[in-house]
Every structure is written in C-alpha cells, then in structure tokens.
Ligand binder design. Structure first.
Ligand SMILES: C[S@@+](CC[C@H](N)C(=O)[O-])C[C@H]1O[C@@H](n2cnc3c(N)ncnc32)[C@H](O)[C@@H]1O
Length: 316
C-alpha cells in the first residue's frame, strides 16, 4: 500500500457515509436528477455536491455522467433494499469514530471512550441518545439479517417448544427461526428502549435486563454477539442468569465472532471492543471455559460462516 494514500483512505468511506446519512442514494434512486435538481431537492451546496458525486463515481457507488445513476453497490445503500447496508455504513462514523479519535486517551487511562465520558458503557450511552440508538440497532439488524440467513440450514431447532433470543436487538435472528419453524414459540428479550423500536413482529417481545433476571419461558436460549460486549465477570452473570432460566436439558446456543489470535483482524477488532465496551473478542476455548464455569455442558461447535461459529451447550 502506498503510504501517503493510506493516511487519507478514510476520506473515501466518509464521503460514502455522508451520502447515506443525507439520503443521497435514496434520492438518486427515486428521481432522474441532474446536479442542479439534486442540489435543489436536498438543499445542498452545488459545488460540494458536485465533488461528492465525483468521489462516489470514482468509488463506483454511482455513475455520474450525463445522468446520475446508482451502481449495484449504491443500490445496496438505499433504505428499502432487501439487503440494505445503509445504517451499517453510517454506524462506523458515528460514536465508533469518536472513540477511535480518542484512542490516545483510552491508551493512557485504560478506559473505554464511554467510561471517560462519564457513562457506564456504550449501551447506557445510546439508551439516552435516541438517534444513536436507532442507527446502532438498524445496523445490527442489517448485519444479523445477512449473517444468520442460513442458520436454519445448520441447526434443526424443531425439537424445541420455545426459543428466546437474549439481547436479540430488533429481532433479525429470531424472525428467521420463527419463519422457518412456525410451530415454535419464539421470544425476543431486550431492554425496553430497544423493544420500543420494533413495529411489526413474528415473535413475542419480552422486556428485561439480562443482568437481573431472564424469565423461565423457553427451553432454548440464544446469545448472539452479546457475550463479547462484556468482561468475564459481567459475562458470567449473564450466563448464570441463562442457566437459571433454562429447564434441565435446555440448550444454550452461543454465536460469536471467534477470531484466531493469529488472524490479522484480531488486534483491531479487540481495540474496537475495548474502546466501545468492557468486553473483547475471545478464542473458542475461552468461550467454552466461560460457559462451562456456569455448569453448562458443551455439546458441539458448528461453523456458521467465515467469522462466526455456534457453540451449543446444555443444562444437565
Ligand atoms: C451487539 S448487540 C447484538 C444484537 C443481536 N443479538 C445480533 O446478534 O445482532 C447486543 C445486544 O444486547 C442488548 N443488551 C445490552 N444490555 C442489555 C441488558 N442489560 N439486558 C438485555 N439486553 C441487553 C443490546 O440492546 C443489543 O441488542
């Protein structure tokens, strides 16, 4: 990589993120706009817009010639695309970017960005910031809809009467299970402000706090991308509450990013986790130990995709 270009590589992403944030891809999809018309429609400065459109053209998100048209990647960044990644694109330049810009402070103080701001953690911060809360959960939904699409091909959940997705966000994963196994009673468990964002659902919503109590209403629990947000002590409390919520022979499905220490992304993923949360990415053996310490018995591991595996445990 050419070193001087590397220093400004983020400009390209921030141009695309801005186009998402200002609904520019949505506007281009909806109308046959010239530069002037698009500027008028969005109330944008012509010259800034012209250079932004040129940058989007160079990054192959649009064709900016006589007409302005979306490319395939540009289409994926529109709001209503069935596999839209619009909010995933926006997310990384919101609080995550502020946290990365303050890495030097975290490095000196040994605290996450949110602890330094006086918040308990990222989740308590977004709880009080409705716009951030919405962007975060829409982004998580988009990731989950894609990552868990094939889950029913790997796991036959049909032996369960009731499944509850703990910290399930807007319910992408539990919707996939509910649609594939309509005979199973499906629940989504999350905090009140998150549950309030859900409009229609094919599952039942349960408001709660996994550090306090998880209701005993399911014979299978799913924890997906939850444990990595917390340190060992906090994670153990969540797992203990899961254990108490399950009947004997009940199952726990743990889905996480299992990143090998040798993997080139491991260090950056961990820096991100430490800036944002009290958690970290763990290796498979560490997860198994953490869960077994709460009396669960490890059954098997199933590879879901390039990044994620499913670890299956049961309660004796
Ligand atoms: C990283 S997201 C994972 C979302 C989803 N499971 C997925 O795989 O995309 C973590 C989830 O934990 C939820 N959460 C955080 N603290 C919680 C708490 N104390 N009780 C219940 N849910 C909580 C968040 O609202 C969020 O939905």
């Amino acid at each position: 990589m050419e070193l001087k270009s590397f220093f400004t590589a983020h400009w390209e992403y921030l141009a695309v993120k801005t186009a998402c944030e200002l609904n520019i891809f949505d506007l281009i999809e909806q109308g046959n706009y010239s530069l002037d018309l698009l500027a008028a429609k969005g109330k944008f400065d012509n010259e800034f817009l012209h250079f932004l459109l040129q940058a989007l053209h160079n990054s192959q998100f649009i064709n900016y010639e006589n007409e302005i048209k979306l490319t395939e990647n540009g289409t994926i960044l529109t709001e209503n695309h069935p596999k839209s990644l619009k909010y995933s694109c926006i997310l990384w330049a919101e609080e995550h970017l502020c946290a990365w810009q303050n890495l030097s402070f975290s490095l000196k103080v040994g605290k996450s960005y949110f602890e330094m701001q006086g918040d308990e953690n990222y989740f308590s911060y977004i709880e009080n910031n409705p716009n951030e809360l919405k962007i975060y959960h829409k982004a998580m939904y988009e990731y989950a809809r894609d990552d868990y699409e094939k889950l029913p091909e790997f796991i036959d959940f049909s032996n369960h009467q009731a499944i509850m997705d703990i910290g399930g966000g807007l319910g992408a994963l539990v919707s996939i299970i509910a649609q594939k196994f309509p005979q199973i009673k499906c629940y989504l468990f999350d905090k009140e402000e998150v549950i309030d964002l859900i409009e229609e659902s094919v599952f039942e919503k349960v408001i709660g706090d996994f550090f306090v109590m998880i209701p005993k209403i399911a014979d299978a629990l799913i924890l997906s991308r939850v444990i990595h947000d917390w340190n060992d002590e906090e994670a153990s409390l969540i797992l203990k509450n899961c254990y108490e919520a399950l009947p004997s022979n009940g199952k726990l499905y743990l889905i996480e990013n299992y990143v090998d220490k040798e993997d080139s992304s491991f260090a950056l993923l961990n820096l991100n986790m430490k800036l944002m949360t009290s958690g970290r990415e763990r290796e498979i053996g560490e997860y198994i130990k953490l869960v077994e310490n709460q009396s669960f018995i490890f059954l098997e591991m199933i590879k879901l995709n390039n990044l994620q595996n499913i670890l299956i445990f049961y309660k004796k």
